[in-house]
Design a protein around this ligand. Structure first.
Ligand code: NAD
Length: 252
């Protein structure tokens, strides 16, 4: 029970890596708000509630201030406080700078980066009231390495690293730790359009060992293990650190 009595918000918690984090956190004793735009989040919350876990789903577009303010206030209403924020929601629409529509570029920056600014603005006052907390920003191996035709995505993931360090500097003295996770290739539907650039999902998984030294896709549950460590007091000396869990992609 490494998160006993802790309260967490997980954005993009309806599926994929976020879902794995939600499932891991509740097993460790946390009360969790799933903040997502997908109805799957509601189903996941119902399933976990029926199993006796304290979980709520709040429909939240994390690129907008008002839904975030509402979601934070629903979290406080349900659970009374806030300790952990996992900024995990993102989109990835492939395209080089000529191919990408301007509105896709703007949307990518809003969902992937501005969301972390807004989540900070509206969750830090609650973390402060509680004497501190842990913010975990989901970055990527693409925070370090560019890839063909992922112009908006890799730019957004690069920006997250600097925002993580900057926020860590501002809030360390208040016992609010800000760190980032940088996953390699995790086999979720998130990557479908990305995989199409390389001949589809099956081809990518077949060829993955040439890219990802691990030789297989990373499991969402493996990323959840790291999120748990960063959320818990076990990582109390980690401030502004981007942690690679990339199966060795960045060795090259
Ligand atoms: N899958 C990978 O290989 C991989 C690699 C590196 C980093 N990541 C990062 O991990 C995170 C999760 O990725 P995933 O693979 O689980 O993807 P996913 O598509 O399975 O999950 C993303 C979730 O974010 C939600 N979301 C999207 N836009 C939103 C919005 N405006 N407001 C609220 N929620 C929104 C989606 O509904 C979805 O539930 C992302 O930040 C992604 O960049 C993934």
């Amino acid at each position: 029970m490494r998160l006993q009595d802790k309260v967490a918000i997980v954005t993009g918690g309806a599926r994929g890596i976020g879902e794995a984090i939600v499932r891991r956190f509740v097993l460790e004793g946390a009360k969790v708000t799933i903040a997502d735009v997908l109805g799957d989040g509601s189903k996941l919350a119902s399933e976990l509630q029926e199993a006796g876990y304290p979980v709520i789903y709040v429909h939240t577009d994390v690129s907008q201030a008002a839904p975030i303010q509402n979601m934070v206030s629903e979290t406080i209403k349900a659970f009374g406080k806030l300790d952990i924020v996992v900024n995990n929601a993102a989109i990835n629409v492939p395209g080089n700078v000529e191919e990408l529509d301007e509105d896709v570029w703007d949307k990518t920056m809003q969902v992937n980066v501005k969301s972390m600014f807004l989540m900070g603005k509206y969750t830090i006052p609650e973390l402060r009231k509680n004497g501190g907390g842990s913010i975990i920003n989901m970055a990527s191996a693409n925070s370090y390495i560019a890839e063909p035709r992922l112009s908006a995505y890799v730019t957004s993931k690069g920006a997250i690293l600097m925002l993580t360090k900057q926020m860590a500097l501002d809030y360390a003295s208040e016992n609010i730790r800000v760190n980032a996770i940088c996953p390699g290739w995790v086999d979720t539907t998130f990557n479908d359009a990305h995989a199409d650039l390389y001949g589809g999902r099956d081809k990518v998984l077949e060829d993955l060992s040439s890219l990802q030294v691990l030789g297989r896709a990373i499991k969402p549950s493996e990323i959840a293990n790291l999120a748990l460590f960063l959320a818990s007091d076990e990582s109390s000396a980690m401030i502004g650190t981007p942690v690679l869990m990339d199966g060795g992609i960045c060795i090259h």
